[in-house]
Design a protein around this ligand. Structure first.
Ligand SMILES: Cc1ncc(COP(=O)(O)O)c(C=O)c1O
Length: 366
């Protein structure tokens, strides 16, 4: 045992240099710290669905009789449902406790000490964090000034130890899409290419049609955003069948709970309702964008997802974020070398946009 450190000295030394992953704040933890009651907080910080889930999910869960029985470890019904939704065979599909679970599993499957993972920041921070946990080496290939993936730099970064590349498409937090021809060039490298389509239902763009042709393509999706099920935790990935078999083998046996299965079944049975909500969010995104453009101190970026990234052109993003939080409006703040002085605003209901813009205007006048 390492001298003087007790049980902590037994922790893997590679984790010592791992920075933290900062999840969003739960409104419950802000009770008494903001100027409004916790239930009036407007949560625009985690790209959740402001309309919640389908009412059918709530009804079905209220009368579900079998919470005492473990789920099917092979995910048979769930994979069939997802096959119906995606048009891809069930043998290609594995579900997880959110798509974050699948990011973790993919890294456990492919990456060990010394293996390299290419990441294109600014992007979803879980790719960096989970690579660190799996003892992989992160190779950062920053995006260009317009947040496009630098495809030739990605090519130059590939070496004998490179296993995986992560591409969030649309990218969180920039909301930008990577053109199909760039994704094709990256797929031609033969690496395992993970295209994370967490926001697909908002962008309408998918690489799934490439799946037949490319045996190295992995596509991730989630029910957290479009279906309003972030709290129930269910996502899935589409893999070559042999990789899907491996993931089913190494995952925790019951990684998706029965409530999540019921929720997927009901959501897919109420797809027209959910599509109506998606349309409302996309319409609201465009209105929010125009409103933000009207503010002198912010520079919003056009987005294909359910959030808008804004450069704080006059002032400090951290201060703006804090002032909004004090007034009960939660957004995400970014101030890293790859994204200096930005805030990301999730698209809410029209009344959330109204309250946000009103508050931003007041702050702009202070
Ligand atoms: C790009 C991207 N991928 C994956 C996730 C994880 O989603 P979940 O684990 O809720 O399915 C998120 C969540 O914000 C995301 O932005």
């Amino acid at each position: 045992m390492a001298e003087g450190k007790g049980i902590e000295g037994l922790i893997r030394s590679a984790l010592a240099s791992l920075g933290s992953y900062s999840p969003h704040k739960s409104p419950d933890t802000l009770k008494g710290k903001v100027e409004v009651p916790a239930e009036s907080i407007i949560k625009l910080d985690a790209n959740e669905n402001p309309y919640g889930c389908s009412p059918k999910v709530k009804q079905a869960l209220a009368s579900y009789p079998n919470f005492s029985v473990y789920p099917d470890a092979g995910q048979t019904e769930l994979r069939q449902l997802l096959a119906g939704y995606t048009g891809i065979g069930a043998e290609n599909i594995v579900a997880g406790s959110g798509s974050g679970d699948l990011i973790d599993l993919i890294l456990r499957l492919f990456v060990g000490p010394g293996d390299e993972v290419i990441n294109c920041p600014p992007t979803f921070d879980l790719y960096r964090f989970e690579t660190g946990i799996s003892n992989g080496t992160l190779v950062q290939v920053p995006r260009d000034k317009d947040f496009a993936v630098d495809v030739s730099a990605v090519g130059a970064a590939i070496g004998s130890k490179t296993k995986l590349i992560f591409l969030s498409n649309p990218n969180n937090p920039t909301g930008t899409l990577t053109p199909r021809e760039d994704i094709l060039k990256i797929l031609d490298s033969g690496l395992a290419v993970v295209v994370d389509e967490a926001y697909y239902e908002f962008s309408g763009e998918t690489v799934l049609p490439l799946f037949i042709q490319y045996q190295n393509l992995i596509v991730l999706r989630t029910f957290s955003k479009w279906a309003g099920l972030a709290g129930l935790r269910v996502g899935y990935g589409i893999f070559p069948p042999k990789i899907a078999d491996w993931l089913l083998k190494i995952k925790l046996p019951y990684n998706v709970n029965v409530a999540a299965l019921v929720a997927v079944r009901e959501s897919l049975g109420d797809i027209d309702y959910l599509k109506g909500r998606i349309k409302a969010i996309i319409d609201e995104r465009e209105r929010l964008f125009k409103e933000l453009q009207g503010l002198k101190f912010l520079r919003p970026l056009p987005s294909r997802a359910n959030f808008i990234l804004c450069e704080v052109a006059d002032g400090e993003a951290k201060k703006l974020y804090q002032k909004l939080q004090d007034r009960g409006i939660l957004v995400r703040c970014f101030d890293t070398p790859h994204l200096e002085n930005f805030i990301r605003i999730s698209v809410g209901k029209p009344e959330h946009t109204d309250a946000l813009i009103r508050t931003l205007k007041q702050l702009g006048e202070e």
